[in-house]
Design a protein around this ligand. Structure first.
Ligand SMILES: [Cu+2]
Length: 176
């Protein structure tokens, strides 16, 4: 008797699982949206990223070089495409996991690279700009922890067109 009852219960479970139940789907969806953290990034990492709030701006291969152990700082590499009619002016930015940031340019004196802070980075309308530690770039300081190669970190750029999120991939320190 007991065994038969168990079989019926199991059958019932199987039948339920096989049936598409729209009520359950909506419930699952509601649960997901409740559990989604408020600070979830609006964009995910892709080789080419287009911002939802400023669709004329495109980021190609956004990367952050692994943090320099002694200097506790590092720079970014990416190409920013501006398909809009207005120049893009970056005035500051933040980066997840870092306590301090600066906009930088580099100059070479006797073959030695020297970085210095600049007030803004401009990507001309209908133009593009390649950011690299050898030229203009986004520099981050005060790492709050160690970062692994392949990790994704969210940056947020303050620009004349509004705040623009971009996800950077942590890559090995290798410069062309
Ligand atoms: Cu720098």
């Amino acid at each position: 008797m007991k065994l038969k009852k168990l079989a019926i219960v199991l059958l019932g479970v199987c039948a339920c699982a096989a049936l598409p139940t729209y009520a359950d789907d909506s419930k699952a969806e509601a649960e997901v949206s409740v559990e989604t953290p408020v600070e979830a990034p609006e964009v995910v990492y892709q080789d080419v990223q287009v911002s939802q709030n400023v669709p004329s701006i495109e980021f190609q291969n956004p990367q952050l070089l692994q943090v320099h152990k002694e200097k506790k700082a590092t720079g970014s590499k990416m190409t920013i495409h501006n398909n809009g009619d207005e120049d893009l002016v970056i005035t500051k930015f933040t980066c997840e996991g870092f306590g301090y940031t600066e906009l930088h340019n580099s100059r070479f004196i006797n073959g030695e690279r020297e970085m210095y802070e600049i007030k803004e980075i401009v990507v001309p309308a209908h133009g593009k700009l390649a950011l690299t530690p050898n030229r203009m770039h986004l520099m981050v300081f005060k790492p709050e922890r160690d970062f692994e190669i392949g990790e994704y970190l969210k940056m947020e750029l303050d620009t004349n067109l509004g705040k623009i999120p971009v996800i950077v991939e942590v890559v090995p320190r290798r410069l062309k």
